[in-house]
Write a protein that binds this ligand. Sequence first.
Ligand code: ZN
Length: 172
Amino acid sequence: MAIREILTVADHAAILKQVSEPVARVDDDLRALMDDMLETMYDAPGIGLAAIQVGVAKRVIVMDLAREGEDKQPRYFVNPEILWRSEDTLPYEEGCLSIPEIYDEVDRPARVRVRYLNYQGEQVEEEAEGLFAVCIQHEMDHLEGVLFIDYLSRLKRDRAVQKVKKLVRSAA
Ligand code: ZN
């Protein structure tokens, strides 16, 4: 396993806007990518990461929503699809490893039904609610090249990108 570089909107906005390609099959190479992604996410630390955030345009997501003190609960989503969205929505203050230190409220369907392939390549269907619903929708947006700041006003979005650029510059 290896920690990979997480791309940010400061200097990799064009890559983050790419639409990711479906995965043909879940094999050891893909599992190695998922292992790296999980390690990278834990190191950040974050609760979700899409492959495009480490520069790989594949429809792959890793996630762990375990609370502090709980055992790790790694989850893997390959080629995820949303089969159903609830009418009711849930506002949640989101953040993103590609947009460090920026948080803002996004309103999304409160519950969704998703279908995906897991780490073993088995098809799974389940309903997500609460933080799981927020996170899977946020990560699935990455597969379409959409970031949570795209839901904000243009002014807020531009300001967020400027802040991240300043942050990345001062860290370099
Ligand atoms: Zn994100």
